[in-house]
Design a protein around this ligand. Structure first.
Ligand code: UD1
Length: 312
């Protein structure tokens, strides 16, 4: 069935890929993004594009008008920026999420419009469980993680108090074409590929034995769409949370060597002091998303890396 979806943050790394997939499936799309003016030329012409901040309830309400479902991805996604601009990013990351849930409530005819939220593995913080499943204690250690957890709590309120249908996806380390390397807070894969292609040193923070769970952008997009499909077929209020991850731990040292090999690069691996507060082990358990959303990450790390290198 053809629908019209709102994608907040639709000009971003994950959002733009989601928009392309929705259009390819024949759906209509509205994008609300603070960067919309700057990035307008990169947005497909058939998208209804609104420039604005999700922290402004009026523009969120305008964007929600007439849509059948909402994917909420707009946020200040840099943990470091959120540390520096705590109160301001709280207004955007948690306040923006409440604005979206509230607008979905007010715009729905009989009940709120279904919403899929981009949450993050950052909600687990220093939880320490391996692998992390959704029942592990959520103990964020950053303003970013706390606000993502706050969004999940408001999703529960949407269901319990307003009859909403909301799913929050805890995204692990997403990577793939479209992720830019030019900020010190970009994902490690985009930084390593950029450096390997330029023949520059790959800098590992710490000993390189820290482990991450990487998930390819197209798998993340599939997770979003499956989550929406489940909400659309549900007649009951619902607030669910799922990990979106590959379920496999990769050492950063191994990643660096793999990138150098795939790029056939003369780059060397060097070490620098570990980042303050860097989490040692982060591996998710995708079993619940598999069982309840039918989500199976289909991309092998090497294939995802090859696709990202080809794009870079
Ligand atoms: C990631 C998310 C962050 C989220 C967190 C939740 C990204 C970009 N960030 O942070 O939003 O809050 O998971 O758990 O996906 N590293 C190097 N050299 C580099 C860059 C990074 O060694 O040049 C190391 C880091 O120290 C870290 C690992 O690589 O150990 C991954 O770093 P990064 O891609 O920045 O992601 P996270 O820190 O896991």
């Amino acid at each position: 069935m053809v629908r019209h979806y709102l994608v907040t943050g639709g000009c971003g790394f994950l959002g733009s890929r989601l928009v392309s997939a929705l259009l390819a499936a024949g759906h209509g799309v509205t994008v609300l993004d603070i960067l919309a003016r700057e990035k307008a030329s990169a947005v497909p012409a058939d998208v209804r594009l609104l420039a604005g901040d999700v922290a402004q309830p009026e523009i969120v309400a305008r964007a929600m008008d007439g849509v059948d479902g909402c994917f909420h991805l707009a946020a200040v996604a840099s943990v470091e920026q959120c540390n520096r601009r705590w109160a301001e990013t709280h207004r955007i990351n948690q306040g923006g999420c409440v604005n979206v849930l509230d607008a979905a409530r007010l715009a729905g005819r009989e009940r709120p419009i279904p919403v899929v939220l981009a949450s993050s593995a950052a909600v687990y913080g220093a939880s320490g469980a391996i692998p992390l499943d959704e029942a592990a204690p959520a103990w964020p250690v950053s303003p970013y993680g706390a606000d993502k957890l706050g969004g999940e709590l408001h999703a529960r309120v949407s269901a319990s108090t307003f009859g909403g249908r909301v799913t929050a996806l805890r995204i692990f380390n997403a990577f793939g074409p479209g992720q830019v390397p030019d900020s010190p807070y970009s994902g490690v894969i985009s930084i390593f590929i950029d450096r390997a292609m330029k023949g520059e040193d790959l800098v590992i923070f710490g000993d390189g034995a820290q482990i991450r769970d990487f998930v390819f952008v197209d798998d993340v997009v599939r997770g979003f769409r499956r989550a929406m499909g489940v909400l659309e077929s549900s007649s009951e209020p619902r607030a669910a949370i799922y990990n979106v991850c590959g379920g496999m731990g990769v050492e950063i040292g191994h990643l660096a060597r793999t990138v150098i090999d795939l790029c056939q690069s003369p780059s060397r691996v060097v070490h620098a002091p570990a980042r303050t507060g860097d989490i040692r082990l982060s591996v998710g358990n995708p079993a619940a998303a598999h069982a309840e959303l039918g989500f199976v990450p289909s991309s092998r790390l090497e294939d995802g890396l090859a696709a990202t290198i080809a794009w870079a």
